[in-house]
Write a protein that binds this ligand. Structure first.
Ligand SMILES: Nc1nc2c(c(=O)[nH]1)N[C@H]1C(S)=C(S)[C@@H](COP(=O)(O)OP(=O)(O)OC[C@H]3O[C@@H](n4cnc5c(=O)[nH]c(N)nc54)[C@H](O)[C@@H]3O)O[C@H]1N2
Ligand SMILES: Nc1nc2c(c(=O)[nH]1)N[C@H]1C(S)=C(S)[C@@H](COP(=O)(O)OP(=O)(O)OC[C@H]3O[C@@H](n4cnc5c(=O)[nH]c(N)nc54)[C@H](O)[C@@H]3O)O[C@H]1N2
Ligand code: SF4
Ligand SMILES: [Mo]
Length: 745
């Protein structure tokens, strides 16, 4: 008997609502939910393949435990007991600091990943936390931290209302958007142009998005910060800077003008390889637009000057008066955020409260660079990482120098992976704890609701019940927290982990004079929580304490989980609204346009600009494919093949100069090693740029990725040695790093 079930797609940041057809326990079909208040029916080929991904026969159905060197099936009780014992054997003599926690991308796509890792890290008391952020968007957090005092206050382009969108290093027609959650990004760009708006794309590759734009500029990779600085220069020099209503909330405008004086378009033109007149034109158009937004993504963050470029994106939004106004770049207000309090100065943002042991990298948002993970394990000495808990991460493929990390993982005393696959990373684990497939998991977008271009609230309960004997991912996380605390036995109660989080939040809320529940009894409030599970009770609590919440009765019309459940297609909370100065957490209570660490990094940029056109002859940039997602979607035959292949794209001039024919095998060398990949000649790239996708290299033994291993591809991150970072954020330079290319054999 077929039935349908609604499920928010967890496969990318667009968060489309899907209608799943379920036959018994199996998802046989997926289509876009036309009634979804956010996505209105949009879906992409990955969402359409939800059933195939869900039913991948290589998914692990139960825990694996290493016995006599071999991973073999075990019961959950055995697995958690082994985790408690193995971790205890490290924390006993060396302390929790000897255990690292590695959190990968899917943690922002699962409820468990949003709710439990902080408790896990807290239970360990470790400062060795590594996440995909330092392979991705950490520069944006740092720039928001300095500008607004809150690293999570990330303005998003108000796509539905803007007249002018400047996209820098983003390819939303393929990625479906990132740090700007918008289902049907392609449709929204089309609508922008249909209403007479203008789309400009800055990208060294003439991507699908660039081809859909009114204007495309292809600068040399890694030079966006200089280009954006020159735009700021033009705004000041031509008296076009006009922050409007923002002015009383700004500090540092004069310092900014002084810094920008050093970056006239003529000075950066050779470095960026963009004519000065084009840069002037970009600035003038931006200033002239009624409502405009500048938006940067991976090509502007995972680069040498990632933090400066991310900062300049919002500096341009400020100077053109577009920050925090409709049609500009605005701050979403998620339903599970804390209800807004009256504006007041905050503590501000700092980094470097501690440093990494080997290279002395500063902590950023409590994290150390993912690129430094291997050295923290394999460099002898006191404080060495001896054990690792890896949740939803595959750093052997996604972080620099996989070979070194691969060896380092093999040398750990103990490793736990929470992962549905036995892959390049989890194959090293002593205990593998597999979460159920997405159809059997509940879903709420804690992270992406804070980045969505429209405020909505949607929750999907599991579409299919758990298989007998399976644990949902929240319970796996909760039991892992207990295992860290030495409570690995079957008597340990995972509900205690949720209860602790609830108690803590309600304790702080009831003590806060600005909270709707000030002065109430936390235990009584806890008793009012609805939800069938611990994670649902936590969601109910967050919704009720949130900006649209019922405040536990203070506003009977407000949100509760029960109310959200009554609206399976979601509740629309309206377009984005201005949030300044309330959203600011800087010590000054203003937008700090020029924080000291930012100013201190400008001379490094100036030095690069002074080198002009002098740089490596060939640099590498990344690319994404619509039917792929990072390192873990190559095992679904429906999603591979066609254009989704691991090829080295080269411009025809470069291919001719290097004597490489289309389809020939190229050897590509970087500081971290070399790989071979078939050549694909295309004139979409600017000359001097080679493009390779990441997440490939499925040829290591001991994995269980049957389909992916048939066409393994090469791991682009083997070209990196982990030393090339944006210093302010610790983010790896994945775009615009030097390589050499030659014909292979
Ligand atoms: N050269 C280069 N490298 C890059 C990038 C690039 O553009 N170029 N991009 C970077 C970026 S932006 C990112 S975000 C990182 C991503 O890198 P990672 O954070 O390592 O993420 P993935 O490669 O997606 O691997 C995700 C892991 O989670 C597992 N998984 C999938 N679903 C679930 C689930 O529901 N629960 C759990 N517990 N596990 C699950 C998968 O099996 C897989 O092992 O890669 C980065 N690496
Ligand atoms: N289909 C699909 N969708 C995905 C993913 C996926 O793997 N596949 N991954 C998801 C994840 S984890 C993320 S973080 C997002 C990323 O989302 P996006 O950032 O939109 O995706 P990318 O394809 O990495 O786009 C980066 C663009 O920057 C360009 N670029 C490279 N170097 C430079 C430079 O120096 N300057 C400029 N201006 N541009 C440059 C590249 O050519 C590329 O077009 O996508 C998400 N969505
Ligand atoms: S665009 Fe993203 S969220 Fe939407 S169906 Fe595709 S993968 Fe899923
Ligand atoms: Mo990412």
């Amino acid at each position: 008997m077929n039935r349908t079930a609604l499920r928010i797609c967890p496969l990318c940041e667009a968060t489309c609502g899907l209608v799943l057809t379920v036959d018994g326990q199996r998802v046989t079909h997926a289509r876009g939910d036309r009634d979804d208040v956010f996505s209105a029916g949009f879906l992409c080929p990955k969402g359409a393949s939800f059933g195939a991904l869900d039913a991948d026969p290589d998914r692990l159905t139960g825990p694996l435990l290493r016995k006599d060197g071999e991973l073999s099936p075990a019961t959950w009780a055995e697995a958690f007991q082994a985790a408690a014992t193995g971790l205890g054997a490290v924390t006993g003599p060396y302390g929790g600091q000897a255990v690292g926690v590695v959190l990968g991308n899917p943690n922002v796509h699962t409820m468990a990943g949003a709710l439990y890792p902080a408790q896990l890290v807290g239970a360990l008391g470790t400062r060795s936390v590594f996440t995909a952020s330092t392979l991705d968007q950490m520069p944006k957090h740092v720039s928001s931290g300095y500008l607004f005092g809150d690293p999570n206050a990330i303005p998003v382009p108000d796509l539905d209302r803007t007249d002018h969108l400047l996209l820098i290093g983003a390819n939303p027609l393929v990625s479906n958007g990132s740090l700007a959650t918008a289902a049907d990004f392609p449709g929204k760009l089309k609508a922008l142009r249909a209403r007479g708006g203008r789309l400009t794309v800055i990208d060294p590759n003439r991507t699908r998005t660039a081809r859909a734009a009114d204007r495309h500029l292809a600068p040399r990779p890694g030079t966006d910060a200089a280009l954006l600085f020159a735009m700021v220069h033009v705004l000041f020099a031509e008296d076009l800077a006009d922050p409007g209503d923002l002015t009383p909330h700004l500090s540092g405008l004069d310092e900014l003008r002084t810094l920008a004086a050093d970056f006239p378009p003529e000075a950066v033109a050779a470095h960026c390889d963009v004519p000065a007149e084009d840069i002037r034109g970009l600035a003038r158009e931006l200033a002239a637009a009624e409502r405009a937004a500048v938006y940067g993504r991976l090509g502007s963050t995972a680069v040498e000057f990632g933090t400066l470029a991310s900062w300049l994106v919002d500096v341009l939004n400020v100077l053109t008066g577009n920050l925090d106004r409709p049609g500009g770049a605005m701050f979403p207000l998620s339903a599970t955020a804390r209800a807004p309090r009256p504006p007041r100065p905050g503590k501000g943002f700092t980094t470097g409260r501690w440093r990494s042991r080997v290279s002395g990298h500063p902590e950023v948002k409590g994290e150390l660079p993912a690129a430094a993970l291997a050295e923290e394990i394999d460099t002898p000495g006191e404080g060495r990482l001896r054990a690792l808990i890896v949740v939803a991460a595959n750093p052997v493929l996604s972080a620099p120098d996989g070979h070194r990390l691969d060896r380092a993982l093999a040398g750990l005393d103990f490793m736990v992976s929470v992962d549905p696959y036995l892959n390049e990373t989890s194959r090293h684990a002593d205990v593998v704890l597999p979460p159920p497939p997405p159809a059997r998991s509940a879903h709420y977008d804690f992270a992406f609701s804070t980045l969505a271009v429209r405020n909505t609230v949607r929750y999907s309960p599991p579409a299919v019940p758990l298989a007998p004997g399976a644990l949902d991912e929240p319970e796996i996380h909760a039991r892992l927290v207990l295992a860290v605390l030495g409570q690995g036995g079957p008597a340990a109660d995972p509900a205690a982990v949720d209860a602790q989080a609830i108690q803590r939040r309600l304790g702080s809320e009831t003590a806060d004079p600005h909270s709707p529940v000030h002065g109430k009894d936390p235990a009584q409030l806890a008793a009012l929580l609805g939800g069938r599970t611990g994670y649902e009770r936590r969601l109910d609590m967050m919704l009720r304490l949130g900006p649209y919440g019922d405040g536990f009765g203070a506003d009977p019309e407000g949100l509760t989980l029960a109310k959200v459940l009554e609206h399976p297609h979601g509740i629309d909370l309206g377009p984005l609204r201005p949030r300044l100065p309330q959203a600011l957490r800087t010590a000054s209570g203003r937008v700090d346009l020029v924080a000291l660490p930012i100013a201190a990094d400008v001379p490094r940029l100036r030095a690069a600009v002074d080198r002009g056109a002098g740089g490596p002859a060939l640099v590498l940039i990344g690319r994404r494919h619509l039917r792929s997602n990072n390192s873990w979607m190559h095992n679904v035959p429906a999603l591979t093949g066609g254009t989704n292949r691991c090829t080295a794209q080269l411009h025809p001039d470069d291919a001719a100069r290097l004597g490489l024919a289309d389809g020939a095998l190229a050897r590509i060398k970087g500081d971290g090693g070399e790989i071979t990949a078939p050549v694909e000649i295309t004139d979409t790239l600017r000359p001097g740029v080679v493009s390779l996708p990441h997440g490939w290299g499925h040829d290591r033994p001991g994995t269980r990725l049957t389909a992916a291993a048939r066409e393994p591809g090469a791991n682009v991150n083997q070209l990196l040695d982990g030393t090339l970072l944006d210093p302010l954020s610790g983010t790896a330079v994945l775009n615009g790093f030097p390589i050499q290319v030659e014909a292979a054999g």
